[in-house]
Design a protein around this ligand. Structure first.
Ligand SMILES: NC(=O)c1ccc[n+]([C@@H]2O[C@H](COP(=O)([O-])OP(=O)(O)OC[C@H]3O[C@@H](n4cnc5c(N)ncnc54)[C@H](O)[C@@H]3O)[C@@H](O)[C@H]2O)c1
Length: 248
C-alpha cells in the first residue's frame, strides 16, 4: 500500500500501535503527524528517525483539550496542505493509568472523567476537526480504535468499556453516514489483547495468544488505503477469536 503524498495524523503516536502506525505510514511515503501528550516520548521518537525528509511532525497535544486538537489539525493542513488519513489511537484504561482498580461506584470521579475524556472525547474532538477538513476535500479515511472490552464490558474500567462501545457503534456509524456523500470513509478496529505491553499475554483468546502489534497495524493500513474503498461504517473485531469463548 502506497501513501506517497498523503498526510496522516496519528494520535497516541509516541508509543504502541500509534507509533507503529506512524512508522508504517512514513515508510510508505506519507507525511506523518504524531500527536501525543507525552512530549518526552515524542522527542525520543523524532530522534529515532535517521532522516525525516521534512515528512514528520511530532506535536505535543492532549486529546482532552479541544483547542489543542483544533490547533494540531490546523498546523497539519498548513504544513502539508491536506489531511487524508486520521488514526485515533490515543487511549487507555483509566484503572491502569491511575493504579486504582476499585469498582465503578468506589472510583474517584476524576478517574472516570479522565477515561471518558481520553478515550471518547479525544476521538470525538479529532473526528470533529478531521471530518470538516475531509468533507471540504471530498476525500479522506478515519480509523478509530475500539476494543473487545467495548463488547464484553468490564467491572474494572466502566469508562473504558463505555467509551469504546460508543466509538464502535454510534460514533462510527453516524460519522460514516455523514462522510459517505463526500467520499470520507470511517471505520473502527476493535482489538483483543495486543502485545504493546507484556501483561496482555494473559488475556485468553481462541488462538491461544495475544496479537503482535503489527497484525493490528496491517488492518490500520488497509482501512486507510484505497484498497478498502468500499468499506465504511464497519468495526473490524481483531480478537483472536476471544468472542467465541464468551459463547461457550
Ligand atoms: N494493547 C491492547 O491490548 C489493546 C486492546 C484493545 C484496544 N486497544 C486500544 O488501542 C489503542 C492503542 O493501544 P496501545 O496499547 O498501543 O496504547 P499505548 O498505551 O502503547 O499508547 C497510548 C498512547 O496514547 C497516549 N495518550 C494517553 N493519553 C493521552 C492524551 N490525553 N492525549 C494524547 N495522547 C495520550 C499515551 O501517551 C500513549 O503514547 C488504544 O486506544 C487502546 O485503548 C489496545
Amino acid at each position: 500500500m502506497d501513501f506517497q503524498g498523503k498526510t496522516v495524523i496519528v494520535t497516541g503516536g509516541a508509543s504502541g500501535m500509534g507509533l507503529l502506525s506512524g512508522q508504517n505510514f512514513f515508510d510508505r511515503g506519507a507525511n506523518v503527524v504524531l500527536c501525543d501528550c507525552d512530549e518526552e516520548g515524542l522527542r525520543r521518537v523524532q530522534a529515532s528517525f535517521a532522516d525525516t525528509e521534512g515528512r514528520l511532525l511530532a506535536l505535543g497535544c492532549d486529546v482532552r483539550r479541544f483547542a489543542q486538537v483544533r490547533a494540531a489539525v490546523e498546523r497539519t493542513v498548513k504544513t502539508f496542505g491536506s489531511l487524508d488519513v486520521m488514526i485515533n489511537c490515543a487511549g487507555g484504561n483509566s484503572c491502569r493509568i491511575f493504579g486504582c482498580w476499585d469498582e465503578f461506584c468506589d472510583l474517584p470521579i476524576e478517574q472516570v472523567q479522565w477515561g471518558f475524556e481520553v478515550n471518547l472525547m479525544g476521538t470525538v474532538y479529532f473526528c470533529h476537526e478531521a471530518m470538516r477538513q475531509m468533507k471540504g476535500q471530498k476525500s479522506g479515511a478515519i480509523v478509530n480504535f475500539g476494543s473487545i472490552t467495548g463488547i464484553e464490558g468490564d467491572i474494572c474500567g466502566l469508562d473504558y468499556a463505555a467509551s469504546k462501545s460508543a466509538i464502535m457503534n454510534g460514533l462510527n456509524k453516524s460519522l460514516a453516514k455523514e462522510g459517505a456523500p463526500y467520499g470520507v470513509r470511517v471505520n473502527c478496529i476493535a482489538p483483543g489483547p495486543v502485545l504493546t505491553r507484556p501483561g496482555m499475554a494473559s488475556m485468553k483468546t481462541a488462538l491461544g495468544r495475544a496479537a503482535d502489534p503489527q497484525e493490528i497495524v496491517d488492518m490500520v493500513l488497509y482501512l486507510a488505503s484505497e484498497e478498502s474503498s468500499f468499506v465504511t461504517g464497519t468495526t473490524i473485531l481483531m480478537d483472536g477469536g476471544r468472542h467465541l469463548l464468551m459463547n461457550g
